[in-house]
Design a protein around this ligand. Structure first.
Ligand code: UD1
Ligand code: MG
Length: 515
């Protein structure tokens, strides 16, 4: 499949072009991520809650890195070890995908406001003498993407270049946001926070998204002039706007129509709403790219999922993590795939699969459970009530019914009979089973690992295979069948079973049914 790990951008048609542009010169991004996010009521810091399969912080990092900046600096504070661990876990991918130099962090010791957070960032070695444009963004606005940030910078750097450009939008209910105050002829003069606003200002519905582009030199000078004379007793980054105006510098607003792009997440209700909206956009993106969804509202797709055209997704499916689906597949209904690669024209029905691969034209389901390390080759089959784990299953091999395959390698074009178990665990250790190609095993075969079954071998029904089976052999282990006549009559007299048996004639035929 092509472009498997290509980052998926959903909101702007031109995003891919923008993201592949060569490095923008003299651009840095500061991501504010030191706040606690108390309204989430969570042990997990707000920016580490997930939207569409990525933490909100990762969304912010992807957006930042997608602008190809010279520096990305994250301001950490609350739960900073956890935040740092997340950054460390994605750093290499960001370097590889976007060609950035890597993510730097600074610690804001006390959360004294967004202005103080930016002052802390500017003291980082990378930014101390930096000249150019600094984007300041936050870690709780997951739909902000590289295209939006790039268009903000484009507006900011339009001649005559601005000192501050604020990303704004207009909303029906602006409660909680800083309001954009303009002169009669539309020039932005200041931002007033909700808690500092009078009734007239509260009625303004153009809001500050909390995302800005600044001239680095102006920003450095202005953050030193901030004070805490406001309702919250904090250093407000928003006051930089008024300071810039006092210095006769140019302030612009880059107003976007799509308010969802800048909507933030502060509590679990907004988190749910954001996940829903993000998913709606992802589904729309995939449908426009040629994916059929029978009931889109019941499909959940993570942002790193890749789906080729002419895939059909039936209702109630979740495609998680780095799942990739090649052309011609039918997925669902009722299927959850997490980090699964499905090759072309496979059918995966009522299945839960994780960290697995499914080959071309393979059939999986219904009621099938693929645990990590399952590798089903092309034309294979895993049928109803089959569970697999750490199992490599060769081309055209079928495991059709009611079977557990754990820690196994099976060759090509073999068939595992119904109700078989790969007995991999001796109570202490796990052991491996190896089965060759063109093997036919009978129903209810137990493979007591470690054991090997050679190419072309057969097993009888009910066989317990404890020792290796050579190629072409038939292995049977069930004892000779014994019949104990009249055992029920003698040992279970008076039961329905005894009565039913007694009613049969000499040939064993039951009496005709009565009306
Ligand atoms: C801020 C803006 C407001 C805007 C809104 C958009 C200010 C003063 N106000 O308000 O105009 O409408 O965002 O969502 O900037 N943070 C730190 N250190 C701190 C404080 C905050 O890193 O000391 C981080 C938070 O983790 C968060 C971001 O800064 O990522 C914004 O802080 P938050 O407290 O949410 O600001 P708002 O009150 O929402
Ligand atoms: Mg906020």
């Amino acid at each position: 499949m092509k472009g498997r790990n290509r980052p998926l951008v959903v909101t702007h048609k031109d995003a891919k072009t923008l993201m592949t542009n060569p490095s923008q010169s003299n651009l840095a991004v500061v991501i504010l991520a030191a706040g606690a996010g108390t309204r989430m009521r969570s042990q997990t810091p707000k920016m580490l809650h997930e939207v569409a399969g990525r933490t909100m912080l990762e969304h912010a990092l992807h957006a930042a890195c997608g602008t190809h900046p010279d520096h990305v600096v994250v301001v950490t504070g609350h739960c900073r070890q956890q935040v740092q661990a997340t950054i460390d876990s994605v750093n290499q991918r960001l370097v590889d995908d976007y060609g950035v130099a890597g993510i730097q962090t600074v610690v804001q010791k006390e959360q004294n406001g967004t202005g103080d957070a930016v002052a802390t960032a500017l003291a980082a070695p990378a930014l101390r003498d930096f000249r150019g444009t600094i984007i300041v963004t936050t870690s709780d606005v997951p739909l902000i993407d590289a295209a939006t940030l790039t268009s903000l910078v484009a507006e900011h750097t339009t001649r005559p270049q601005a000192a501050v450009t604020i990303l704004t939008t207009t909303v029906d209910n602006p409660t909680g946001y800083g309001r954009i105050v303009r002169t009669h002829d539309g020039e932005v003069t200041k931002i007033v926070e909700e808690k500092d606003a009078d009734t007239a200002i509260k009625s303004i519905n153009e809001i500050n998204s909390g995302v800005y582009a600044f001239d680095a030199e102006l920003l450095g000078a202005a953050v030193n002039q901030l004070d805490t004379n406001n309702a919250q007793g904090e250093f407000y980054l928003t006051d930089v706007v008024g300071i810039a105006r006092d210095l006769n510098k140019l302030v612009r607003a880059h107003r976007i129509d799509d308010a969802a792009i800048v909507s933030g997440v502060n509590d679990r209700v907004q988190l749910a709403a954001m996940n829903k909206e993000f998913n709606r956009r992802l589904r729309e993106h995939h449908m426009r790219a040629g994916v059929t969804m029978v009931d889109p509202d019941s499909v959940f797709i993570d942002v790193d999922v890749h789906i080729e055209q002419d895939v059909v997704i039936a209702p109630n499916c979740q495609l998680r993590g780095n799942t990739t689906i090649a052309t011609g597949c039918v997925i669902g209904p009722d299927t959850t795939l997490t980090n699964v690669t499905v090759d072309n024209d496979a059918a995966v029905i009522r299945t839960t699969a994780t960290d697995s691969t499914i080959g071309a034209r393979a059939q999986v389901g219904p009621y099938t459970y693929l645990r990590p390390g399952t590798k089903l080759a092309a034309d294979g089959k895993l049928g109803g009530f089959v569970e697999t784990k750490n199992a490599t299953i060769g081309q055209g091999t079928k495991v059709p019914h009611l079977t557990y395959v754990g820690d196994a390698t099976i060759g090509e074009h073999s068939n595992i009979g119904a109700s078989s178990v790969f007995v991999n665990y001796d109570g202490v250790n796990k052991h491996h089973t190896t089965i060759g190609s063109h093997v036919r095993t009978g129903s209810d075969t137990m493979f007591i690992a470690p054991v090997t079954v050679g190419d072309g071998a057969y097993s009888g029904a009910g066989t317990v295979i404890k020792h290796d089976v050579p190629p072409g052999a038939l292995v049977v282990s069930a004892g000779k069948q014994r019949i104990i006549e009249d055992w029920v009559k003698n040992n279970r007299p008076g039961t329905p079973a005894a009565e039913a048996a007694a009613a049969c004639d000499a040939t064993g035929t039951p009496p005709p049914a009565t009306e």
